[in-house]
Design a protein around this ligand. Structure first.
Ligand SMILES: Cc1cc2nc3c(=O)[nH]c(=O)nc-3n(C[C@H](O)[C@H](O)[C@H](O)COP(=O)(O)OP(=O)(O)OC[C@H]3O[C@@H](n4cnc5c(N)ncnc54)[C@H](O)[C@@H]3O)c2cc1C
Length: 392
């Protein structure tokens, strides 16, 4: 990573390297760059054990306060950590939605009791979280969501449906946007509620996706009783909370993505160097362009990091990163599969290239321009908030 490291930074990096070389499970089946690494349900127990080790070493959520399981580290240490994890081929971290979205929401808007109850178990992987935002008919126009939470005594009673819920079938908890005020304008009547997925009245139905897995679910709520104490912030502060933390999701993914893409682009270049295709001018042009785009992604990531170091949350520039990263991912893995000819179309078995790694990556990249706000939505945000154009 192109950050000038101080002695303290180098000490931290060495600690991470030493931990990873000692602790990465020898039998982890997906060394860097090979194999499909979609997290199947059967992988969860093993990954929970791995995450517990990270947690015990305080190597997850490191920018969070020490009292909630972090180590009060500066944001660039998180970038160092992510970079080292990618390089070492560490197993993936589970509970990313909880850690990258719900955790920051609780840190910014949660009560001391809520922080103590949920944050550490989120980091350790003891409790896995899913995100209950999208509904049928309320994706890009999220504020039109219709799931209701009606106050009855000390409880909310929740009715409605969510969709595209990642990890819905393995999650213990959901952070959920619910309509708490039916009369208010749509953005102003939404609350941020934490729902126990084992509550009576919660039904989870898995959805089959193009990669073959069932990471996503539909979740139905019928008269689900949720304690009022599980509401984060004020009853109608949900939209503000959701948008603050969305900036983190969109803005802070550039550097770890750049590390992953860097490794794959390097392997691709190695293969092309020794083949006739590498002499094809069209292939060389595309490869060179990918190299340039990857450098831009890294620079965008470093810019957000510099802002975080000065205490500035990622603003609408996060949309630029989200857009650029997801479209670059599609170009990179589409290009990789193209180079493999007919074998690029093979998913598994003896003819699949690198055990289907590139094929899986290419398919998965299609999702990147949709989740966390589509590319069209990001362009609208940039047009309005960065360029000052009128709303569409
Ligand atoms: C891999 C993946 C994981 C996901 N995980 C979760 C999750 O865990 N929890 C969750 O709540 N949701 C999740 N989602 C859902 C995701 O947030 C929505 O799919 C996304 O917000 C888009 O909504 P939609 O699918 O309803 O599409 P729509 O909003 O119906 O959009 C359809 C098309 O119209 C375009 N469009 C819509 N409005 C405009 C506009 N104003 N201007 C220009 N074009 C427009 C869109 O860009 C898109 O091309 C996930 C999605 C994916 C792909």
């Amino acid at each position: 990573m192109e950050i000038v490291l101080t002695e303290e930074d180098r000490g931290f990096r060495d600690e991470v390297r030493e931990f990873l070389s000692r602790e990465i499970p020898r039998d982890w089946p997906h060394p860097p760059g090979t194999g499909s690494f979609e997290i199947g349900e059967e992988e969860f127990p093993r990954l929970r054990t791995w995450q517990r080790k990270l947690f015990d070493a305080r190597l997850i959520g490191i920018t969070w306060p020490a009292e909630y399981g972090g180590r009060d580290a500066p944001p660039h240490h998180d970038a160092i950590l992510q970079d080292e994890m990618v390089r070492a081929g560490a197993p993936p971290t589970i509970n990313l939605l909880g850690i990258s979205l719900c955790g920051p929401a609780l840190l910014h808007y949660g009560s001391p009791e809520q922080k103590s109850r949920w944050l550490a178990k989120m980091l350790s992987g003891e409790e896995v979280w899913c995100q209950g935002y999208s509904e049928p008919g309320s994706g890009s126009d999220l504020a039109s969501l219709r799931t209701t939470a009606v106050l009855r005594g000390d409880d909310y009673v929740v009715n409605g449906q969510k969709v595209w819920t990642t990890d819905g079938k393995v999650a213990d908890w959901m952070f959920c946007l619910v309509r708490t005020d039916q009369q208010a304008p749509k953005h102003k009547g939404i609350g941020f509620l934490l729902i126990d997925m084992k509550s009576p009245g919660v039904e989870v139905r898995p959805l089959r996706q193009i990669t073959g897995g069932t990471e996503f679910c539909e979740v139905f709520f019928t008269d689900v009783v949720v304690p009022r104490a599980n509401l984060v912030g004020h009853p109608t502060q949900g939209w503000l909370i959701a948008n603050t933390v969305l900036g983190y999701e969109r803005g802070t993914q550039a550097l770890s993505a750049a590390s992953t893409f860097d490794g794959d682009l390097g392997r691709l270049a190695d293969e092309l160097r020794g083949s006739d295709r590498g002499a094809d001018p069209r292939v060389r042009q595309q490869l060179a362009q990918l190299r340039i785009d990857l450098s831009i992604l890294r620079l965008l990531g470093l810019r957000v990091l510099a802002g975080l170091r000065e205490g500035r949350a990622p603003g609408s520039e996060a949309s630029m990163i989200k857009l650029f990263k997801s479209e670059l991912e599609q170009r990179l893995y589409g290009f990789a599969v193209d180079q493999q000819g007919p074998r690029g179309a093979v998913w598994g078995g003896e003819h699949a290239v690198d055990d289907g790694h590139w094929h899986w990556r290419m398919l998965w990249s299609r999702a990147g321009t949709i989740y966390a706000g589509t590319s069209e939505v990001q362009r609208n945000i940039i047009a309005q908030r960065v360029l000052g154009l009128p709303r569409d």
